[in-house]
Ligand binder design. Structure first.
Ligand code: ADP
Length: 239
């Protein structure tokens, strides 16, 4: 039995500008992302990683082709429905954490539900907090937390609505190596223990090594699709 992908790109192209200024950021890309898998996307600067992440997360429209998230074709949605799908089905984690400074950790984690007028599932909240090791930090505001702890809160916030997929854009970009390892370990736990799916863009090969699957991009194409690669194999693929 084939597994239904949580995200599917079919012949997706994204072209910026026109005429001489035209840039083909994604060139006819087709790829499936399986549920309960941690995928990293790597490649040289300008190869299309961010464009891929933005299009698959419904933050940017494709020029041609189709994107399906959790069984829903994004081009079938109007702007409101797309906003709702992003809010309910996609968890975002950014390099800069993007926490609200005036709210404590617990309020930051629960914010997406509050904004959506939804109630938290207390059991889910407790299990996220436990797995992310945030039990003793819930009353702290962001400025009272280390970078690694702030990113943990951001991961918890991304998980609170039980999204279909977690999308992470350079999630360790602002962290030292110890905190990076911790956050990667937590993304791994989200996949293994909470049955989540993670798609992460990174330029850091050590981070990519933590993933189950690594897509290597070049010039708007996926040029390698690797399972549990070692850093040397990734270095080779980027040569
Ligand atoms: P990466 O994330 O791998 O560095 P990007 O997806 O950001 O690559 O960019 C891919 C290509 O698309 C680059 O050539 C970049 O300059 C171009 N690009 C990205 N966003 C825009 C935009 N908003 N307008 C014009 N060109 C863009």
């Amino acid at each position: 039995m084939s597994i239904t992908p949580v995200v599917r790109l079919q012949s997706v192209s994204k072209i910026y500008g026109s005429g001489e200024a035209q840039v083909i950021a994604l060139d006819n890309v087709s790829v499936d992302f399986a549920p309960r898998e941690f995928t990293a996307i790597i490649g040289p600067s300008g190869c299309g990683k961010s464009t891929m992440l933005h299009t698959l997360a419904g933050l940017d429209h494709v020029t041609s082709g189709s994107v399906t998230v959790d069984g829903v074709a994004l081009d079938s949605l109007n702007d409101n429905a797309l906003t709702e799908l992003r809010r309910d089905r996609i968890g975002f984690i950014f390099q800069s954490f993007n926490l609200v400074p005036t709210l404590d950790a617990q309020a930051n984690i629960l914010l997406p539900l509050r904004l959506a007028g939804q109630k938290a599932d207390n059991q889910w909240f407790q299990s996220i907090v436990k797995i992310l090791g945030l039990e003793k930090r819930l009353t702290h505001r962001p400025h009272e937390l280390s970078g690694g702890q702030q990113q943990r809160v951001a991961v918890a916030r991304a998980l609170i609505s039980r999204p279909a997929v977690l999308v992470a854009d350079e999630p360790t970009g602002n962290l030292d190596s110890q905190a990076s390892r911790e956050v990667l370990g937590l993304l791994h736990s989200a996949v293994k223990e909470l049955n989540q799916s993670v798609i992460m863009v990174t330029h850091d090969l050590t981070c990519a090594e933590a993933a189950d699957r690594v897509l290597v991009m070049r010039d708007g194409h996926i040029v390698e699709d690797m399972r549990h690669p070692q850093a040397e194999a990734l270095q080779e693929a980027l040569r």
